[in-house]
Design a protein around this ligand. Structure first.
Ligand code: IMP
Ligand code: MG
Length: 185
């Protein structure tokens, strides 16, 4: 792929559109079963989870409210560490609601730990996590998805809403990034 921001590395396909669709359908089926008759609010973490959320809600067979949060973390480059802050908060009252956080990838676990603890202060009836991908080997704090698409190795993922320096969110498939070693060419 050519264009600004895309030099020096290669994209390797990890999941096709069909594989992603089947993962998302499976998650939506489980959620539809488990939350039938409940007051479900999906809280999507911007920006990475917006494509996942938009596919997931269209496969649900139950009604759900949708809200968004955006978090900023201060650390070096690709790693979440240090202080996490909320830069866009939920707007729907969550008291007595069944909250399901929608996340693209769990890595260290710090982002979800922070958000789950913070949303718990709003006194929801329940609070669970649905993540598309999980890099379990990278975990630094305890965090487990209640609904998980699939595990991935310690690789850098892009596509399907997930970015590298804000690029590649538009790709309909999921890829991992590797550096191009020009010395071998
Ligand atoms: P954590 O707080 O370390 O668990 O980081 C989770 C956040 O880091 C996710 O919401 C993503 O935004 C980002 N992230 C983690 N791994 C990747 C990756 O492989 N590609 C792109 N973003 C990632
Ligand atoms: Mg994210």
């Amino acid at each position: 792929m050519n264009g600004k921001g895309t030099e020096g590395h290669r994209l390797n396909r990890l999941f096709t559109r069909e594989q992603i669709a089947s993962i998302v359908q499976g998650l939506a089926d489980q959620i539809s079963r488990d939350y039938d008759g409940r007051e479900l609010v999906l809280v999507c973490i911007l920006k990475g989870a917006f494509v996942f959320l938009s596919d997931l809600i269209r496969h649900l067979r139950i009604s759900a409210q949708v809200d968004f949060v955006r978090l900023a973390s201060y650390g070096s480059g690709m790693k979440t560490c240090g202080k996490i802050e909320i830069t866009k908060d939920v707007e729907i009252p969550l008291e007595k609601k069944d909250v399901l956080i929608i996340e693209d990838i769990i890595d260290s676990g710090r982002t979800l730990r922070f958000l789950k603890d913070r949303l718990a202060l709003l006194k929801p009836r329940s609070i669970k996590v649905c993540a598309l991908l999980d890099k379990k080997s990278r975990r630094e704090v305890e965090m487990k998805a209640d609904y998980l698409g699939t595990d991935v190795d310690d690789i850098f993922i892009v596509g399907y809403g997930i970015d590298f320096n804000e690029y590649y969110r538009h790709l309909p498939e999921i890829y991992y990034v590797t550096p191009i070693d020009h010395s071998k060419e």
